[in-house]
Design a protein around this ligand. Structure first.
Ligand SMILES: Cc1ncc(COP(=O)(O)O)c(C=O)c1O
Length: 415
């Protein structure tokens, strides 16, 4: 069967997530997925099993410990395969913010005064402040500004900012406010011509399909696992040839033992093991919809991504269409998803109405959403939106249904 004939079975998807049966959450339409997603039962089972039978210090010879350590390694190996990396290129830390602070600290030793770092004003602050702080070692910070009319980052503007002094480009793959998917491949190609490295923030992209980091060509890529159906951890990918050379940020005896050098403290063990559950869930989804076992893990992920993208486009486009046509609403970003050019992360403001009032109205009607600047306050400032009241953000993911999307539109119609 070809992908054109296959639709994501949302009832099946939802049956994998206990939150949709839980008395507290079952009656809600959950549209705050860009904040943090629900987890499938496979993740919960892995977490519980670890806590029951292997909650001891890992990597010793007794079986409880051996299994704990093996499963920790397995989680990393599986994530490496899913994003087309090798396991020495994967760092699992407490959050994207932490991972990027550690990385920026390690990279600062390779900078000389006058070197340039490009940051954007579209990014979440997690991929801005750590790089801006490097002005303390003499780096010049160059801001790639959004086009205030479209809220998008124009590639021509970027091309003009690159110089022979550019050393680091920190840019989001997809903004948590605007939703447009930035062309990281092109951004990386242009940066590499100047011998600069690219740090891509995939936090708002990865929940809609794990990317192929080699295909993107980025040097570093990060996303938060608590938004990709897992526990509160985050993944940082780094090209092995660069990681290998970075100065150690961990205990001194670990010099040279990358990637631990960029992972002081390491991740929470039980949460790390529960990441296997994300893999198991996605493979279950694959088997249910395709059942072709000839493919590699990465190929299966790629097929699932297409299926998810098709569904997300179908449920998000009616919302985007409704919001963009309301004269008293101002949608941020593109008004339609086409060929995955936009994530289903939809932000808007309402003329003469506080975003909080609108969001509270939706919450009263059992639509879980919120108003905020979502830490992308430079983006909101550039768009002249009050950073305290912020935008109303409706962020969908593949477990949202057409019924929920229709209900949301009906509620928006009452505003
Ligand atoms: C686009 C984006 N980047 C970075 C972050 C920071 O992630 P973390 O909470 O894991 O530090 C977020 C969090 O919401 C985000 O949306």
């Amino acid at each position: 069967m070809t992908l054109e004939n296959i639709r994501l079975d949302v009832d099946y998807v939802r049956s994998q997530f206990p939150a949709f049966k839980d008395p507290l959450s079952k009656d809600w339409s959950f549209f705050e997925n860009a904040g943090g997603s629900y987890v499938p039962k496979q993740v919960i089972d892995r977490l519980n099993n670890f806590m029951i039978s292997t909650k001891v210090q890992p990597y010793a010879e007794y079986p409880m410990s051996k299994i704990a350590g093996n499963n920790m390694d397995k989680a990393i190996e599986l994530f490496a395969e899913m994003i087309n990396a090798n396991s020495k290129e994967i760092i699992i830390g407490g959050s994207t913010s932490i991972n990027l602070y550690v990385l920026s600290n390690a990279l600062k030793y390779s900078l000389n005064p006058g070197d340039e770092i490009i940051v954007t004003n579209q990014d979440h602050e997690a991929n801005i402040t750590p790089w801006r702080r490097l002005s303390e070692v003499g780096a010049n910070i160059i801001e790639w500004k959004i086009n205030p009319k479209t809220a998008e980052l124009d590639i021509d503007t970027y091309a003009n900012l690159l110089t022979d002094k550019t050393k680091i480009v920190a840019v989001t793959h997809c903004s948590n406010i605007v939703g447009t998917v930035n062309n990281l491949k092109k951004i990386s190609e242009l940066a590499h011509k100047k011998k600069a490295i690219v740090i891509g923030d995939g936090v708002s992209y990865a929940p809609h399909g794990f990317p192929d980091v080699k295909e993107l060509g980025v040097d570093f890529y990060t996303f938060s696992l608590y938004k990709t159906y897992g526990p509160h951890l985050a993944l940082l990918y780094g090209k092995e040839e660069i990681l290998k050379k970075l100065p150690n940020q961990n205990h001194q005896f670990l010099d040279g033992k990358y990637p631990y050098t960029i992972n002081p403290g390491g991740p929470n063990h039980e949460e790390l093991v529960s990441l296997i559950g994300i893999y198991e869930y996605l493979m279950k989804l694959y088997k249910y919809h395709f059942n072709n076992n000839q493919f590699s893990i990465r190929e299966k992920i790629s097929e699932i991504n297409k299926l998810i993208a098709k569904h997300e486009q179908e449920i998000a486009n009616p919302i985007l269409d409704y919001i963009s046509k309301r004269e008293d609403f101002k949608l941020i970003g593109k008004s339609m998803i086409k060929n995955k050019n936009r994530a289903p992360t939809i932000s808007f403001v309402v003329k003469n109405k506080s975003s909080k009032v609108v969001s509270d109205f939706l919450v009263k009607n059992k639509i879980a959403t919120r108003n905020d600047n979502f830490y992308a306050w430079r983006c909101l400032q550039a768009l002249k939106i009050n950073t305290d009241d912020g935008v109303i953000r409706i962020s969908l993911t593949h477990y949202n249904s057409e019924i929920e999307s229709q209900k949301l539109i009906q509620m928006l119609d009452l505003i």
